[in-house]
Write a protein that binds this ligand. Sequence first.
Ligand SMILES: C[S@@+](CC[C@H](N)C(=O)[O-])C[C@H]1O[C@@H](n2cnc3c(N)ncnc32)[C@H](O)[C@@H]1O
Length: 274
Amino acid sequence: MPEAAVAAAAPTVAGALRDATAVLAAAGCDTPRLDAELLLAHASGVGRERLVLDARAALDPSALARFDALVVRRAAREPVAYIIGRKAFRWIMLHVDRRALIPRPETELLVEVGLTLPFGASVVDVGTGSGAVALALADERPDLTVVGTDMDPGALTVACENGMRLGSKVEFVRADLLDGVDRRFDAVLANLPYVPDGAELPPEVARYEPISALFGGSDGLDVIRRVIAGLPDVPVLGLEVGAGQAPAVAAMLAGSVEVVRDLAGHERVVVARR
Ligand SMILES: C[S@@+](CC[C@H](N)C(=O)[O-])C[C@H]1O[C@@H](n2cnc3c(N)ncnc32)[C@H](O)[C@@H]1O
């Protein structure tokens, strides 16, 4: 084929993005254009802003091949964070893969509860997953002593790896809630499984995220009930909950109880102080 014809066939950055956006929209992805940009930036090893500057440039064939493969994965509804292997959470970047839940923006509220603790306090993030809450809190409040626990060895490995990558001094411990962790903490923060068994979830969650991170019994509150029962006198307890669960969880707690809403207006975190 003449060289000119090959050059004419090579898609531009803008064209590749347009085609991929159509494919992802047809596959039912919520944010197809954004996803396409994130995947193309990852495949090309550049920042997203570069895609705008290079919109009319021809896409390098090897980057195009990598991009096409990533689009196939996203069209099968694999979450972008697992495909590119990272997720920003507050001021830190976490490595994520299928061993651990992808941290959600609303969980940043739990970190904000930790920010209210007095200088030098000790805090444990129960069900730490990727280590998100523990590592972000330690990053923003180096004076705190922070521990993260999880019963899932895969998730705990992801948390430890994130801790090492970030040079964090958070200690990660494998435990069923706080069983066998013979220490007292000034605060307990937890985003534990709270999805009611049998609830319908988007394919991104149902097919790819760890089941052990999601389901909490018939009303979703089995694990939360257990953690509350095991902590009769912790000074500060912050729990992330699902839609409509805050009143039931608040009723299980003693002391002064506050419910914090997320940016979407949902009652998301229940905090008990005594
Ligand atoms: C909803 S995910 C949250 C992960 C992380 N805290 C976050 O917000 O991204 C719940 C986590 O709790 C862990 N988990 C579930 N049951 C547990 C238990 N009984 N003891 C300790 N961890 C548990 C799961 O393995 C999972 O990592």
